[in-house]
Design a protein around this ligand. Sequence first.
Ligand SMILES: Cc1ncc(COP(=O)(O)O)c(C=O)c1O
Length: 435
Amino acid sequence: MRRRLLSEGAKELSYEIREIVKKANQLKALGLPIHWENIGDPIEKKCQVPEWIKDIVVSLAKENKSYGYCPSQGVLATREFLANETNKLGGVQITPNDILFFNGLGDAIATIYGLLAMTTRIIGPSPAYSTHSSAEASHAHTVPITYSLMPENHWYPDLEELENKVKYNPSISGILILNPDNPTGMVYPLEILKKIVDIAKRYNLFIICDEIYNKITYNGARAYALAEYIGDVPGIALKGISKEYPWPGSRCGWAEYYNRDKDEQFDAFCRAIDNAKMIEVCSTTLPQLTIPKVLGDPRFMEHRKALNEKIGRRSAIINEILGDIPELYFNPTYGAFYNTIIFREGALNDRQFLPIENPEIKAKVEEWCASTTNLDYRFVYYLLGAKGICVVPSTSFCTDLKGFRVTLLEEDEDELRHVFTEIHDAIISYLASAK
Ligand SMILES: Cc1ncc(COP(=O)(O)O)c(C=O)c1O
């Protein structure tokens, strides 16, 4: 090529949640059955969307208007419904014009970070859901700036570190919160969320809060929405239907802008995000049309409650099986449907292994292990080769903590017990294979 094609930021784009699938598929081709613990798609894991939701989708699919473009910001009646839902929380108040629809939050995340000035940074959690950290790093053409979530303290954020980084790095203009969190499954207490907002207020920052799992909590937890605690600080809440209906294939999510009137630059930023969508025309119409009918139906919260109870039960089973291995940091989960389990310092080394009978699979695993120095990848590759269980290494979530992420989506509780007992046994035997 005459000129370099790729931007410096392109190398920051990676998504191990799907990358690991390529490796698992190579082993599947060699005859190994795979149990997929990598991806947060409830449908893939056989979660059934209730008939009444499907009926709403079907009846809308029979209406001609569902096939047209919609307004660039999104279907007005849907934005009116959602603005009202947020206003009912009693915190910050918005209008339909403070809402913008996207083709899934993946689209929202890419657009929002992409429009920031290159030298303007958003500090995000570590571990981080990699779509956020990759998109932010890609826009800045360098590695992400992060604050630590602490596995030794319920995965709560290190607020002192957050404040110090904000204080000494004037390029940081925003703080990202994920609540409930992917990949840790943690739901933050209100006091912590208020302290983050307080830092934002004192340093003149805005907040981005990913709330895609807002209604997915269990074990007595409740996820506070940004609208409830943001006060007068500018912020963007990101919401969607991928996880809560669940309908990830709808590619439908939205941003809500809070306190635009409090800061001119923030207001201009929100306008630019709206304009970017206008250039694209609009997001998909039909899923938006379903929202008032589904979220406004009393059956929705019953449906969610039943699903949340099931996730809570799975969380308890996983606690029971993995909760007391001394070499792990294990935190019970309260929201979303993931858990990230971390090996304590010094537990892993580059001589550990699991026995693999099939020589071709063994050779593949050894080849992959030889090409990485990340000790959690090594464990994940052996778990895949020896047990056919596909989890995601934690270092792919923008952290140096070494462990792995699992999902809480297995519908069959016997299978769940079996898989996590296999993971338990694999950990014990892997750690014992070389001290
Ligand atoms: C925290 C978080 N935000 C956003 C997304 C992406 O959602 P969407 O399907 O709306 O693109 C995910 C998907 O796993 C997620 O975990």
